[in-house]
Design a protein around this ligand. Structure first.
Ligand code: CAA
Length: 379
């Protein structure tokens, strides 16, 4: 068993770290404050290859492994989790979903632009009454021979207004339950497709989260991904990989908060010495570092299994459930170590604490991950 990273992994990690510090950090507080989508920064991330890291180079991607993706996600998330959720959705839900299950025509049409960030994608599963209970899709895709007619509403869609390509899950044969669901590629501008208002969120405020409305949208049949009725399995398999991305995002939020707390503890003085000389703070730092290391190992294990084409369903659920808890716990302690400064925006840790919460909710809540894990244990 080897724990060392390759030269290539280290290079990718450093490139992501440098980019996050040099380009993302300067405007991150302002983007959070004003809920400003990082359009220029995302474009640059695309040009540097961060939006299609695992896509085959023949479709414009980086051809990298999932371990590289975890490393880059951690570094970007340390600084700006709003950028890293765009990165995660585009890489693991949209690009991976299309590359793994799409037709050659679909791949050639969309992947080169998605993988280079010329356009970005969105993944549309959640509905007002179908979040965790994903089989209960109310959105319908009526089969009309050579096309579908799409009707319904999707909620909390990441990249809701900035995406150009939307992978939409909808019910075609209600009598078949989850086996009647399809996944369709919808393009912005298709008549009847309307982007709803932007959500005003607690965290990841730079990312644009919207509801989407489909009113008799005509979607050609060649836009269906996989066989008729494959949509639910498409969503589940795609989300299984997506959860490695969100687990790595949570890991990055935690390690970003820890690094800030460690640095602060070396400078801040109380009772005649720096606070890192007080055991109360030392023990907090020790706990944070240990939890983060465990989260990192779970993320890397899930990625390693994926790279080896082994089953990573349980591993990705474990990585997400654990890393997101570590993100919450670590960011709360980082704010505590900063004291009053931790409560103001300039010190970054309050934002990381707010950003951490969503990692326990999207791409399958903590409770959903525990369903996935316990079912595997009891199978
Ligand atoms: N891979 C492949 N197939 C899977 C699967 C997986 N990971 N999980 C389930 N399936 C299959 C099952 O084998 C079953 O197939 P068969 O009938 O052929 O045996 C079928 O799918 C139905 O599975 P279940 O009976 O287990 O379905 P369920 O109704 O009990 O639901 C669940 C299971 C795990 C709770 C699932 O609904 C789920 O994951 N829910 C959460 C959905 C989610 O993550 N939503 C997040 C929204 S997306 C988002 O947040 C994106 C963003 O913008 C950031």
């Amino acid at each position: 068993m080897l724990f060392n990273l390759t030269e290539e992994h280290l290079m990718i990690q450093k490139a992501a770290r440098d980019f996050a510090n040099d380009v993302l950090k300067p405007g991150v507080i302002e983007r959070d404050e004003h809920q400003k989508f990082p359009a220029a920064e995302i474009k640059q991330m695309g040009e540097l290859g961060f939006l299609g890291m695992m896509v085959d180079p023949k479709y414009g991607g980086g051809g990298m492994d999932c371990i590289s993706y975890v490393l880059a996600m951690e570094e970007i998330s340390k600084i700006d989790a709003s950028c890293s959720v765009v990165m995660s959705v585009n890489n693991s839900l949209v690009c991976w979903g299309l590359e793994t299950f799409g037709t050659e025509e679909q791949k050639l049409k969309y992947l080169p632009r998605l993988a280079t960030g010329q356009i970005i994608g969105a993944f549309c599963l959640s509905e007002p009454e179908a979040g965790s209970d994903a089989t209960s899709q109310r959105t319908t895709a009526e089969d009309k021979g050579d096309h579908y007619i799409l009707n319904g509403t999707k909620n909390w869609i990441t990249n809701g207004s900035s995406a150009s390509v939307y992978l939409v899950i909808a019910q075609t044969h209600p009598e078949k339950g989850h086996k009647g669901i399809n996944a369709l590629i919808v393009e912005k501008g298709m008549p009847g497709f309307v982007v709803g208002p932007k959500e005003n969120k607690l965290g990841i405020r730079g990312s644009d989260t919207h509801s989407l409305m489909f009113d008799n949208v005509k979607v050609p049949k060649e836009n269906r991904i996989g066989e008729d009725g494959f949509g639910f399995k498409f969503a589940m398999q795609t989300l299984t990989g997506g959860r490695i991305g969100i687990a790595s995002q949570a890991l990055g939020i935690a390690s970003g908060a820890y690094e800030l707390a460690l640095a602060y503890s070396k400078e801040r003085k109380a009772f005649g010495k720096t606070i890192n000389q007080h055991q109360a703070i030392q023990f907090k730092l020790a706990d944070m570092a240990t939890q983060i290391e465990a989260a990192r190992l779970l993320c890397l294990k899930a990625a390693w299994l994926k790279d080896k084409h082994l089953d990573y369903t349980t591993a990705s659920a474990m990585a997400k459930v654990f890393s997101s808890k570590v993100a919450m716990d670590t960011t709360i302690e980082a704010v505590q170590i900063h004291g009053g400064y931790g409560f103001v925006k300039e010190f970054h840790v309050e934002r990381l604490m707010r950003d951490a919460k969503i990692t326990q909710i999207y791409e399958g809540t903590t409770e959903v991950q525990k369903i996935v894990i316990s079912r595997a244990l009891l199978a």
